[in-house]
Design a protein around this ligand. Structure first.
Ligand SMILES: *Cc1c(COP(=O)(O)O)cnc(C)c1O
Length: 361
């Protein structure tokens, strides 16, 4: 008997069960091909159909405008931290970065190897629990781009709407919030993210970039990681992570069948409201993030005493509520409630939160 838990991992994370079932059914023989997708040539008609369908569905889901390219890459978001300046500095000297947590701090550190980085705003001093007010940002009108992390997966801080940065291209690390709600892609010059939070398996990295920003990569940019080259070769300059692209394609199909990103946004809002509501109901649990910037995807919280962490986690696991331990850098708990986390999982967690609190008296 297959037993499925409620998996609150921040990533790699829960996938929709129908997607896993379909992948299992197609494992040995993809639609009469007599092969697993893993065994197919990436240049054969079958895989080309899989990749083209995945891109088409993603474009439809996110309403990606025609002048944006969708790239299926590898290396994760951390590799993009180098590839963004290499590809998008476009002969300029500097780029603006907004520092709102561990992931944007990592982006900044890496970009410094390639660009003069202007940290235009930072919430580090307050322990990364908010987004600095837009009017306090010191943006440079000559910057090549402005970089943000749309959702800080570790700190649980999310931009409720994309910031207005004028005509300078906005670049967003959207690893942990992509596809969780409709996005106005035209507000961005470039969106990127690792797939393993809200898209599919690790190994695939998605980049959505405006066409006019391409073609000015630094000469030292590795050819296979040059956005222009990847775009011109339909993400097949070298072998793409074929199986991860296939699973991502199944996730896109699932999202469409579930009503698309507007339906996801409504569902995610309900799940987040239920969980934050339970955490705020009494003074027992503490959620450090400034309310307007609380993430809908990653919910960090603390118990009144660290000595309660172990029994809390043990009781959670007994109930099939897994991976609730917070990131090692911040401690406490964290519940990641991505698209594929059903409402039933959040309800079960809320029941445990209440029961645990009652037991502590
Ligand atoms: C997980 C994560 C990363 C790191 O992604 P890798 O794929 O491991 O490189 C970067 N940024 C954000 C916002 C993340 O959630």
């Amino acid at each position: 008997m297959t037993r499925r838990v409620h998996n609150f991992s921040a990533g790699p994370a829960v996938l929709p069960e129908p997607v896993l079932q379909q992948a299992a059914a197609e494992m040995l023989d993809w639609r009469g091909s007599g092969m697993s997708v893993m065994e197919m040539s990436h240049r054969g008609p079958q895989f080309i159909e899989i990749a083209e369908t995945a891109e088409r569905d993603l474009r439809e889901l996110m309403a990606v405008p025609a002048d944006y390219r969708v790239l299926f890459m590898q290396g994760g978001a951390l590799t993009q931290n180098a590839l963004v300046p290499m590809n998008l500095l476009r002969g300029r000297r500097s780029a603006d970065y907004i520092d709102t947590g561990s992931w944007s701090a990592k982006s900044i550190e890496e970009a410094r190897r390639y660009a003069a980085v202007n940290v235009a705003a930072s919430s580090a001093a307050g322990g990364y629990t908010t987004i600095p007010p837009r009017e306090d940002w010191t943006l440079d009108p000559d910057a090549a781009y402005v970089h943000i992390c749309s959702n800080e997966t570790i700190g649980g801080v999310e931009f409720p709407v994309p910031p207005d940065v004028g005509s300078v291209p906005l670049v967003a690390d959207m690893s942990s919030s992509i596809l969780s709600q409709p996005v106005e892609v035209s507000r961005y010059g470039c969106i990127y993210g690792g797939a393993q939070k809200n898209i599919g398996p690790a190994g695939l990295t998605l980049v959505i970039v405006r066409d006019d920003l391409l073609g000015h990569a630094m000469p030292a940019t590795p050819t296979a990681l040059n956005y222009r080259v990847v775009a011109d070769n339909g993400s097949m300059y070298n072998t793409p992570p074929t199986y991860s692209v296939y699973i991502a394609g199944l996730v896109f199909r699932w999202l469409k069948a579930e009503g698309g990103l507007a339906a996801m946004a409504a569902r995610n809002a309900d799940k987040a409201a239920l969980l934050y509501g339970a955490l705020d109901a009494t003074g027992f649990y503490r959620c450090p993030v400034d309310r307007p910037y609380r993430s809908r995807m990653n919910v960090p919280f603390r118990l009144p005493d660290e000595r309660l962490d172990k029994p809390f986690l043990a009781g959670a696991e007994e109930r099939g509520l897994m991976q609730l331990k917070g990131h090692r850098s911040v401690g406490g708990m964290r519940a990641s409630i991505y698209n594929a986390m059903p409402l039933a999982g959040v309800t079960a967690l809320v029941d445990w939160l209440r029961e645990f609190e009652r037991r502590q008296g």
